[in-house]
Every structure is written in C-alpha cells, then in structure tokens.
Design a protein around this ligand. Structure first.
Ligand code: HMG
Ligand code: MG
Length: 302
C-alpha cells in the first residue's frame, strides 16, 4: 500500500553542488540552505567533510554547518576517519558514510578497495553510534556501475548487510548513474524491506535517463517513504562517469502531493530556494515544474 506521508531528504547543497563547476561562495550556499529549510525541508545533506583536494566545492564544510545547524536532521558526509575528526569539531549529530557496491567505483571515489573501505567504515559506525550520532550509510552503484556494469542483488545486499550489522540507523540506496528501471527498483527495495525491517530505507535516484519518477513510484508501491532529492535537479558524483543530476525535489513533491502523499514542502517557497542558488551556477535550471512556474509568473506580469 502506498504510504500517505513521505520524507524528502534534500541533497541539493551536497550532491547538487559537489559537481558544480563554479565555486559557490559560502554565503550563497547558506542562503540556499536556509531557503530550503524555509520551504519545509526537515532533513537535508548540508555538505561533506571530504578532502578539499578531491572536491574543492566542499572546502567550507565547517562554516556551512556552523551557520546552518538547527533542530532538524542535518546530515554531513564523511569519507574516512579524518572526515569524522573534522565533524567532531562541530555540533553535527547526523553523519552519512558512503561506499559503493562496485570495487572500481570505490577506487575512484574513495581511493580504496571495497574490503579496505568497509573495514574502515564499520569501525567508524561503531564509534559514532557509541558517541550518540544518527548514522546513515549511502550505498552507491546499488544497481549499475559505470565501470563494471550491472551489480548483482547478492553483492548489493551484502554491502547493505555489512552496514546494518554495524548498527547504522538508515540505508540510502542509490542508482548513481540513473540506469535502474521501475521493476529493478521495486525488486531491490521490496527485498531490502524484508531483509532489513528495522532500518530506515531511503531511495536515492539520479535522473540521467528520465526514469527517476517512475522508480520512485515503484518504490512507493514497495512501501518506501523516504527519498533523497535535489532542488532544481542539481547533482552528480564527480567520480562516477556519466552521473548527472538527482531527481528534482519539485518534481517529486508535485507528484507526491498530487497523489495525496504529504511531504510538508511548499512548492512556491521551494522555487524561491532555487532562485537563490541559480545565479551562482554554471548553468540555468530547467526542470519541467520550474519552467512552467516561470512561464506562469511571466504571463501574470504581462
Ligand atoms: P586520499 O588521497 O587517498 O587520502 O583520498 P589520504 O588519506 O591519502 O590523504 C591525502 C590528503 O588528504 C592528506 O592531506 C589528508 O590529510 C587529506 P596532506 O597530508 O596531503 O595535506 N584528507 C582529508 N582532508 C580533509 N578531509 C578529509 C580528508 N581525508 C584525507 N576527510 C579520500 C581519500 C577518501 C579522502 C578522497 O578519496 C575523498 O575525499 N573522496 C570523496 C569523494 C566524494 O566526495 N565523492 C562524492 C560523495 S559520494 C556520492 O556523491 C554518492 C552518493 O550521492 C550516492 C550516489 O549517488 O551514488 C552519496
Ligand atoms: Mg548521489
């Protein structure tokens, strides 16, 4: 049965901006985050404490969190122990760790073999849980890898199980390069739900081939009610060849609300958040909802 409420985890300030060619000044990132919160977003990935040599856009992670923490759930990503040490210098209380199912992806994204990466992250989950953090594990290339092709269900479940047994609160399972079909999405999330009934399950779709909304619908029918989305459809992983934007928050909110699934997000205010960030980007934003909204607004003026 389709849930009557869904949680949007806004990843625009992190996944959205990490792939952006222009460096967005810290104050503009903060205005974007605040406008997103004002639209009703209650869970968000604010930034990541990754190596600034690898992702220069995220070099201001500490300044971002120092200005944006509030009572809602604010995630930051961390790739390793050094990242967690930096997180612990702040008041952040929700951390996202990440690993791919594919070994080739992990070498490109984290400079480690999967076995070595999981060993390091499992130890960190244990420490973070003992210190009272909320921990999410982001599982990349859960369906397809740009270097290795289709991933097996067994391998994807294996990586998920490693994190669940380590004690994470949430799995965010990703179609990194937007290749999954609705049938594959249903099958994976249906299986995850029965394998890990006590773990929060979130679907993270990139919209590379325009299939993300169909995949979200398929996940809803599997009983999933948490979705990572990005305002304006910004996003992509710089270390996954061919990865483009995340599914747009406005498209998902529009679809869900029309279906009677409450999100708590105000689309008018969400458009204002996109207005905040767009002038600082290397490209303009043309998601269907936004383009229509702009056309209607200019028709009203004329
Ligand atoms: P490395 O070069 O192997 O790191 O990179 P290292 O341990 O050898 O250290 C090299 C230097 O980096 C040292 O500094 C470290 O101190 C520093 P130096 O001595 O040369 O001056 N360093 C750090 N500095 C700040 N913060 C840190 C940190 N770690 C090391 N945390 C590393 C390994 C993991 C650091 C690198 O590969 C990295 O930063 N990777 C992150 C890549 C990334 O951000 N990818 C995108 C996020 S994942 C994603 O988008 C997918 C997702 O959306 C789901 C999906 O769609 O699939 C979640
Ligand atoms: Mg992503």
């Amino acid at each position: 049965m389709i849930p009557n409420q869904a949680t949007i985890i806004e990843v625009g300030p992190r996944d959205g901006l990490q792939n952006e060619a222009n460096y967005v000044p810290t104050e503009n990132k903060i205005s974007f985050i605040k406008a997103l919160k004002d639209s009703g977003v209650r869970e968000m990935e604010l930034t990541s404490f990754v190596s600034p040599k690898w992702v220069p856009q995220m070099k201001d992670a500490k300044e971002i969190v120092n200005s944006c923490l509030d009572e809602s759930r604010n995630f930051v990503l961390a790739p390793n122990r050094k990242g967690i040490e930096r997180v612990k210098e702040t008041s952040v209380s929700a951390v996202a760790l990440f690993a791919g199912v594919s070994n080739s992806f992990n070498k490109k994204n984290s400079n480690k073999e999967t076995i070595q990466l999981l060993e390091e992250l499992v130890a960190l989950v244990d420490e973070l849980k003992r210190d009272g953090f909320f921990v999410r594990a982001c599982i990349s290339t859960a369906f397809y890898c740009p270097y290795e092709g289709k991933m097996t269900l067994k391998d994807t479940l294996g990586v998920c199980r490693t994190f669940v047994e380590a004690g994470v609160d949430e799995l965010s399972v990703a179609d990194t390069i937007g290749m999954a079909t609705p049938e594959e999405s249903y099958n994976l999330f249906h299986t995850l739900k029965s394998e890990f009934p006590n773990t929060l399950l979130t679907a993270h779709f990139h919209d590379t081939r325009g299939m993300a909304l169909a995949n979200i619908y398929a996940c809803l029918t599997a009983g999933i009610s948490r979705f990572d989305t990005s305002a304006g459809g910004l996003g992509g992983c710089p270390f996954a060849k061919g990865a483009t934007g995340n599914v747009a928050t406005e498209s998902v909110v529009y679809m869900l609300e029309r279906m009677g699934v409450e999100t708590g997000i105000d689309l008018e205010k969400l458009m204002k958040a996109i207005d905040e960030i767009e002038p600082h980007l290397s490209r303009s934003i043309h998601t269907p909802y936004r383009s229509l909204h702009q056309k209607e607004a200019s028709a009203e003026l004329n």
